[in-house]
Write a protein that binds this ligand. Structure first.
Ligand SMILES: [Zn+2]
Length: 264
């Protein structure tokens, strides 16, 4: 039954079977007792008139995937931040010092609020203390960082370690690298993923609107090795939907091309 209800919730079917048919449907004699013309909603026409209106399906077009101020912006090695050289996110705010912010990091206000709730829940539920390791990074910071690695390792080596300027999710103010005070893990190795904090975050971040952006088995999709410390704020609606559907990456959820590397 649940499956049937979900199918009926598709916007096109809903318009045809709901209690208030459109004028054109009425004019053509399509009443609520008529068999539905929609194949997806037709297996049991008898139940249609009494099926309660289900919640509409998740609207994947609600927010822009391209606007760098959008909660759902998708940044990867194929999708640079639009106008990156001049882009600074709105409403940047320092992460409160009481949240363990040793490097004075900032994020968007909405992301700080969600992060505070997640850090508090981690303390209560996992018993650990999380650290905000790295949040917003400016374009010029990314230029310096990338150039440092190019000088040290060449372009190919740098691309393994650092995002190119304009391609870092950290510039949106929506991404945060998280460590903790007890595991001894760093952002150099996947150790954090096995820690109490890392496992709690992987399982619970969605409740606060965050996703683990670079899962272990999705390098071919995201272009990044497993980063158990890197979380991206997308809001609870999207994070919860992705969790419920078992879809781990933004690329897969929105049907975007995989981004294993840079175009040139
Ligand atoms: Zn990161």
């Amino acid at each position: 039954m649940t499956v049937v209800v979900v199918k009926i919730a598709a916007p096109t079917a809903l318009a045809l079977v709901s209690g208030s048919p459109s004028p054109s449907a009425s004019a053509s004699g399509l009443t609520s007792t008529a068999p539905s013309p929609s194949p997806s909603a037709s297996p049991a026409p008898g139940i249609l008139p009494t099926t309660p209106a289900a919640a509409p399906g998740f609207d994947k077009t609600r927010y822009s995937l391209d606007d760098p101020t959008s909660l759902w912006v998708v940044v990867n090695k194929q999708r640079a931040i639009a106008g990156a050289a001049d882009f600074v996110p709105p409403n940047l705010e320092a992460i409160p010092a009481e949240m363990k912010n040793p490097f004075g990091q900032s994020l968007r206000t909405d992301t700080v609020d969600a992060l505070a709730a997640m850090f508090a829940a981690d303390k209560t539920e996992a018993g650990t203390t999380l650290i905000a390791q790295s949040g917003y990074r400016s374009y010029s910071t990314q230029v310096s960082s990338y150039q440092y690695y190019v000088n040290q390792d060449g372009v190919a080596g740098a691309d393994q370690t650092s995002a190119r300027p304009g391609f870092s999710e950290h510039q949106t103010g929506l991404a945060i690298d998280i460590l903790d005070t007890t595991s001894g893990c760093t952002t150099d190795y996947p150790c954090f993923g096995k820690s109490t904090s890392g496992q709690w975050l992987a399982a619970n971040a969605y409740r606060f609107g965050f996703i683990l952006r670079y899962p272990a088995d999705k390098t071919a999709v995201t272009g990044y090795e497993y980063e158990p410390w890197h979380f991206r704020y997308v809001g609870t609606a999207l994070a919860t939907e992705m969790h419920a559907k078992g879809v781990e990456t933004l690329e897969e959820f929105f049907g975007l091309p995989a981004a294993p590397g840079y175009a040139g």
